[in-house]
Design a binder for this molecule. Structure first.
Ligand SMILES: [Zn+2]
Length: 410
């Protein structure tokens, strides 16, 4: 069941907006070459200022918390300016819900919620999250599920007017100078796997300055193969896939990623035998310092873009590693100059006020189409909705899809 048709989604209120394009979609950055080179555009080095100079271009510390939510996943990412993303919401069961953790941190809104896949230990607690917090953008793998909890969640997303977007490889969200990239699923979901829902988990790579963190949901071997084939490169910290299951963290994948820090989200005494002993051993052999929520509680990763420190709530001391790519330039989205220039604070390009130049910078629009938009505006007045762009010559459904989440009509 797909509750929101593409065009309906386009016209949803983009209250989300401040996400300064938290949701600027970029062309797929295919690889992260070697250890270092930042993927995607590095041009327009709009330094977001540095504390203490050096080559660090992000300001302050990004915090990633792999919450101790029992046999589920819930990961909270917070920028120094207070933008927040939540990856998964564990179950809604007592002791496993993410809500008390969010309340304890005073979280009342989330800029981005990523449901990696619709299994209960990842989305079971998200209905309460959507009900009680302000969510600016909700994204998932796009694969429907027949369970009541999935249907309830998606109904809530729709009824609460939360902007929805199915995650696809190549999407990229700018995040206070950091970046969240979707690496998986690709345009065509994997099929015929041991678990298609797991295999199509939304996989994201978060970069903050030179620090790289990979979040894998319950990805399995076919997912990892696709990631390796897609050129996934070294990444400093890994949220270990599928609670440390034997079906993930393959040698080939670990050889490509070479994580220095590995975080396993897993319930104490769970029925699945997670984490698998061989998987833990593969992670260690790959050079990762492994921490796990069942024995060490919430795992807190902080990074200034130069080094990363992983601190367990209990049962161990903090570990600090140096990011492999400490001199990475800030990754500004190609569309960011356009979005910030005309956005009036929302982060989206207002098609009623943007200049032809700003419009031409958007994906799918060239100078000619941008000029046609401006001419249409002059002849017919303001666009009442983004979908009215289809009245402009040269703009069809495919272009509208590309513009989704980037523009608004105000
Ligand atoms: Zn799971």
């Amino acid at each position: 069941m797909r509750l929101l048709a593409p065009l309906a989604r386009l016209t949803l209120p983009f209250a989300a907006a401040t996400l300064t394009a938290l949701l600027a979609c970029e062309p797929a950055p295919a690889t992260r070459s070697g250890e270092g080179a930042a993927s995607g555009a590095t041009g327009g080095a709009k330094a977001t200022a540095t504390e203490g100079g050096g080559d660090r271009r992000v300001s302050g510390q990004l915090t990633v918390e792999v919450l101790d939510v029992g046999q589920g996943d819930a990961i909270l990412i917070t920028t120094p300016k207070g933008k927040r993303a939540l990856i998964d919401g564990s179950t809604g069961n007592s002791g496993e819900s993410p809500i008390p953790h969010l309340q304890a941190r005073g979280v009342t809104s989330l800029d981005l919620v990523i449901a990696t896949h619709p299994h209960a230990d990842h989305i079971g607690g998200l209905d309460e999250v959507v009900k009680t917090l302000t969510i600016k953008l909700f994204t998932d793998s796009g694969l429907p599920h027949t369970t009541k909890s999935y249907e309830t969640l998606m109904s809530l997303v729709e009824s609460r007017g939360v902007t929805y977007r199915a995650a696809k490889r190549g999407q990229s969200f700018s995040f206070d100078g950091g970046k969240i990239e979707v690496l998986h699923p690709g345009a065509t979901p994997l099929t015929g796997t041991r678990s298609d829902l797991n295999s199509n988990s939304v996989v994201t790579r978060v970069t903050w300055g030179g620090a790289c963190m990979l979040f894998t949901g319950d990805a399995e071997e076919p997912t990892e193969e696709a990631l390796v084939a897609g050129g996934v490169g070294a990444c400093d910290a890994l949220k270990v896939a599928h609670h440390g299951s034997a079906h993930s963290s393959t040698p080939a994948f670990l050889a490509a990623v070479r994580p220095q820090l590995a975080m396993v989200s897993v319930g104490e005494g769970n029925d699945y035998g997670h984490p698998d002993a061989d998987t833990l051993s593969r992670l260690q052999k790959a050079g990762a310092k492994v921490m796990r929520t069942d024995t060490q509680g919430t795992l807190t990763l902080t990074t200034d873009g130069v080094s990363l420190t992983l601190t367990p709530e209990r049962g161990g001391s903090p570990v600090t590693v140096r990011a492999r790519n400490p001199s990475a330039a800030p990754e500004s989205a190609p569309t960011s100059s356009a979005t910030t220039a005309s956005a009036g604070g929302s982060g989206l390009v207002n098609i009623n006020t943007a200049t032809a130049e700003q419009l031409a910078a958007l994906p799918g629009l060239g100078e000619k189409t941008a000029a046609a938009i401006v001419a249409h505006r002059a002849a017919h007045g303001k666009f009442k909705s983004v979908s009215e762009l289809d009245k402009v010559e040269g703009i069809g459904p495919a272009t509208l899809t590309k513009l989704e989440g980037l523009v608004e009509a105000r």
